[in-house]
Design a protein around this ligand. Structure first.
Ligand SMILES: C[S@@+](CC[C@H](N)C(=O)[O-])C[C@H]1O[C@@H](n2cnc3c(N)ncnc32)[C@H](O)[C@@H]1O
Length: 326
């Protein structure tokens, strides 16, 4: 059957072109470009299937299921609107929806992502997992901080409470900006389930050595290189380097970053502009921020969230937080 996706204006071609131009000038590529095209979505899915703890560590899925059950139980009997922010391939969303079907009220699902290919992937996964549900798939750039409330209200039943699922996206965003946006998006009775890659110890402990290989491997490199290739670079123009660095003096927040080092002068022609890169310049391609569990709790509280419950993997490499606005 054909499927209808809604495109938010933040995804219109002029917006995408402007963001891409700004990123090339600033030598920092917008993170969403890594997922944007169907080929990039497939490269990310291949990498994610092999390296994401949610695919490689079965006990993490148990924690996700517990967190879903806690959110659903808190809203028993009320119409429920589940909004997935940055839905990716939709595995976690399908799990949420399977649990939510039993909650005793109407259920509506809104998977959102910057990648149309991934929104579609999620819809197909949801359809395969559950027989019938109302859905409003949306392609949107969350870094544009769109006011989604009016659109969400149009999709849902009167009196619906919203659960926002925000899984694995805080590491790739400016986290303070994302949390401030989420807080504005939420109404006082809505719930937020947010998960993040965590660091068992501060930067400089074994953490970086253990975690870095998850981002420096052939599948991750193929994903990073795919974007550079789309922009018009050739393999001989650049050398990719993946390294870790602290973001805070105490090392409780640090990041893994993939940079492309320019090996020879290159001129790219894109969006009716030309962009000159000189040998020796560096272009930021990807980052993933890591928080120790203590640091993330603090960051969430400082951003105005009341943490109701937390589920952290024994390895302390991923955690899920059930929050309300404080
Ligand atoms: C690490 S994946 C997580 C996917 C999924 N939530 C999960 O846990 O498996 C990050 C997701 O965020 C999406 N994303 C990245 N930047 C975005 C943006 N600016 N707006 C909306 N979605 C974005 C990507 O397309 C990708 O699906």
């Amino acid at each position: 059957m054909p499927m209808t996706l809604t495109f938010h204006e933040s995804q219109y071609p002029d917006q995408v072109a402007m963001q891409c131009r700004q990123g090339l000038h600033a030598r920092k590529l917008p993170g969403r470009l890594l997922y944007d095209s169907p080929a990039q979505a497939q490269r990310w899915l291949a990498y994610h299937q092999s390296y994401s703890p949610s695919r490689t560590e079965p006990e993490l899925l148990v924690l996700y299921e517990r967190s879903f059950q806690a959110a659903i139980t808190a809203l028993t009997g009320r119409p429920l609107h589940y909004v997935s922010l940055g839905c990716g391939g939709g595995n976690k969303d399908a799990l949420f929806v399977r649990h939510a079907l039993d909650h005793g009220g109407a259920l509506h699902v809104s998977p959102t992502d910057t990648s149309a290919a991934l929104v579609l992937e999620t819809m197909l996964r949801l359809q395969a997992a559950v027989p019938a549900f109302g859905a409003s798939p949306l392609v949107v750039d969350l870094t544009a901080e769109p006011d989604l409330d009016p659109w969400l209200a149009q999709q849902e039943a009167d009196g619906a409470r919203r659960v926002f699922g925000c899984f694995g996206i805080i590491p790739n965003f400016d986290y303070a900006a994302l949390l401030s946006y989420l807080r504005r998006l939420m109404r006082p009775d809505d719930l937020l389930l947010i998960s993040a890659n965590l660091s068992p110890g501060p930067y400089g402990s074994v953490a970086a050595q253990r975690i870095l290989p998850q981002y420096d491997n052939p599948l991750a490199r193929a994903w990073f290189a795919g974007l550079l290739d789309n922009l018009g670079f050739t393999g001989a123009d650049l050398r990719l380097a993946v390294q870790a660095q602290p973001l805070r003096d105490d090392g409780h927040i640090w990041r893994i970053q993939a940079d492309a080092h320019v090996l020879r002068d290159v001129q790219l022609a894109l969006y009716e502009e030309s962009f000159d890169f000189r040998e020796g310049e560096v272009l930021e391609v990807f980052f993933s921020n890591r928080f120790t569990p203590a640091a993330l709790s603090r960051v969430l509280r400082d951003a105005g969230f009341d943490i109701r419950q937390t589920w952290v993997l024994d390895s302390q490499e991923e955690g899920i937080y059930l929050c309300r606005r404080s």
